[in-house]
Design a binder for this molecule. Structure first.
Ligand code: ATP
Ligand code: MG
Length: 553
């Protein structure tokens, strides 16, 4: 059943634009700078941009914003493409802002010719000082009134490599007393003798963000250029360039960044975590990166659902991590195969059991109406969890205790007859009896019980390593705390259990399958898992152990 959802503010704008015939279809773009891996903030932007063009019949370009030659790497380009595809989106064109270097250069010449740009020989300190402050107007540079010819000549020389880094810049000629500081003759080209990952040594002048972004949008005929709120003051400049150059009128719209509690969402900070080895790479399962969440076992569906429910806002806000966990639980509950794995084994011996090669038939997923069953070997010696037995239980303990009964999932009801201890008094084994007529699916025992335990057969069990994750930070918003955000890292965010006992079907576990280990949570194979050593990551627990109510969206 689909709920009627009200339009978000961007959908309202687009519907109005389409209704008024401003555009026949819409074109959006996702413009990552290839200087890190994508995180959940980018996922929000991806879902938004691709979602809108899909909804309103148009397309989305993937444009690498690679105008800064010194920070970008090809490794990031590949990871970004993988992540967007993995999320389930396909771009129309793969583009690079650096492909437009020639066009942008010609735009700069056009501005100079129109008298809207000049070469400034001032150093950066002077330029900063002359800018003024928000309450004080700036002053004109002494180079501001150069002739068009002189500007063209100097800009040509800048391009030809005649000057060192920082010796000259090209500035837009707008208004040094403008209310908006960004409009006070912003620098639009700088000299940088650096190798670019795509254009190599072709250029030694590079356009600034503001001169590249809007014009790139315009070149691609982007109708709705969506970015985050910190670009609000840039919009005026965005519009100014488009107007003066008289090119396709793309428009910029802003929404609030996606923030999520108990994590940080900036590539710069995430890079620190990677470089300083707080985590095992960009795809560490505790990272809020798309590749980290993927390795942790999140599904693309759950991430898209999260983005959908979290919605978009015009004001800064923080979304609860528990909403993300809620979304993945919902999805995994539908698709995960149920399996039995004992983390902390207690051996039980069924003293009256003498069958051989018996199999218990256990359903793979009770949520799946025409679901399958699998055979799990049952035998005289089994492991259950230590915590599922108590010698002196409190009231309402529905698991096993001396003289008590429980059902073993998919198998029999058993009764605990005797507790076996070693010399130190530690419980090492339980001697139990089973009720032969109580087998699941064919139970004629008429015994009604509340407790059902997961179990594995000792002789058939396989071992695996399990990695349990917790939130990466101890505080809700590490970036707003005093001092270094890394002081707030949760040092218990990873717990490794080197040996757990799993039912043998998990020998054939597959990377793209999801599992629910009964009563333990949702799990997926880690990328470093091998036939010799199975490794499972816990995606999420079965319930929200942090007990925060999640409002259904
Ligand atoms: P970071 O600060 O992490 O480096 P960024 O904004 O510099 O992020 P870009 O690669 O430049 O990262 O961003 C690509 C696109 O993703 C931009 O349109 C940007 O607005 C959007 N984006 C980045 N972070 C977020 C976020 N937290 N929430 C929503 N959109 C985001
Ligand atoms: Mg950036």
């Amino acid at each position: 059943m689909s709920e009627e959802k009200s339009l978000n503010f961007l959908e309202e704008i687009i519907e109005k634009d389409l209704h008024e015939g401003k555009y026949v279809s819409i074109v959006t773009r996702f413009p990552p700078e290839p200087n890190g891996y994508l995180h959940m903030g980018h996922a929000a932007s991806i879902c938004l941009n691709f979602g809108l063009s899909k909804k309103y019949g148009g397309y989305t370009n993937l444009r690498f914003d690679d105008t800064n030659p010194t920070t970008e790497e090809t490794e990031y380009v590949e990871s970004i493409k993988n992540d967007v595809r993995w999320l389930g989106f396909e771009w129309k064109n793969e583009l690079y802002a650096s492909d437009y270097f020639e066009k942008l250069y010609l735009f700069a010449i056009k501005l100079i010719r129109l008298g809207y740009a000049y070469v400034d020989d001032s150093n950066s300190e002077t330029i900063a000082r002359e800018k003024g402050t928000p309450t004080q107007p700036g002053v004109n540079s002494k180079y501001r009134d150069r002739s068009v010819e002189e500007n063209l000549h100097l800009f040509e020389e800048m391009k030809a490599g005649r000057y060192k880094d920082g010796e000259r810049v090209l500035r837009a000629k707008i208004d040094m007393a403008h209310m908006n500081m960004l409009m006070r003759d912003p620098v639009i080209y700088r000299i940088k003798h650096a190798r670019h990952h795509r254009t190599g040594d072709d250029w030694c002048i590079y356009p600034m963000y503001d001169f590249a972004h809007g014009q790139s949008d315009s070149i691609e005929h982007i109708t709705h250029s969506i970015c985050t709120l910190e670009f609000v003051p840039h919009r005026e400049l965005y519009d100014w360039f488009i107007e003066k150059l008289n090119i396709f009128p793309s428009h910029q719209y802003e929404f609030a960044r996606r923030n999520i509690s108990y994590t940080v969402m900036s590539k710069r900070k995430l890079l620190q975590l990677v470089n300083e080895k707080y985590v095992d790479g960009w795809d560490d399962p505790r990272m809020p990166t798309i590749s980290g969440l993927k390795r942790r076992g999140y599904t693309p569906d759950s991430i898209r659902e999260f983005c959908d429910r979290a919605g978009i806002a015009k004001r800064e806000n923080v979304t609860e991590l528990s909403l993300l966990e809620f979304c993945v639980r919902e999805d995994l509950n539908k698709i995960a195969l149920r399996r039995m794995v004992v983390f902390d084994p207690l051996k039980i011996v069924l003293t009256n059991y003498n069958e051989e090669n018996e199999l218990a038939s256990v359903e793979d997923n009770p949520e799946d109406a025409n679901g399958s069953f699998r055979d799990v070997p049952f035998s005289k010696e089994l492991f259950i969890e230590q915590e599922d037995f108590m010698e002196n239980p409190p009231k309402k303990f529905f698991r096993l205790f001396p003289g008590g009964m429980v059902r073993l999932k998919g198998a029999y009801i058993i009764k605990c007859d005797e507790v076996v201890k070693d010399d130190s008094g530690k419980i090492i084994q339980l001697n139990c009896s089973y009720i032969p007529e109580s087998k699941s699916g064919n139970d004629t025992s008429a015994i009604k019980l509340k407790g059902t335990l997961h179990w594995v057969s000792v002789q058939h069990a396989i071992t695996a390593e399990v990695r349990l994750y917790d939130r990466l930070f101890k505080v809700e918003d590490p970036s707003s705390e005093e001092g270094d955000f890394k002081n707030y890292i949760n040092e218990n965010s990873l717990q490794i259990l080197p040996f757990v006992y799993a039912e043998p079907s998990l020998k054939n576990a597959m990377m793209d399958e999801r599992y629910q280990f009964l009563r333990k949570g949702y799990f997926t194979l880690d990328k470093n898992s091998s036939e010799e050593k199975l490794i499972f990551n816990r995606t999420v627990t079965l319930k929200d152990t942090w007990a925060k109510e999640v409002k259904k969206g």
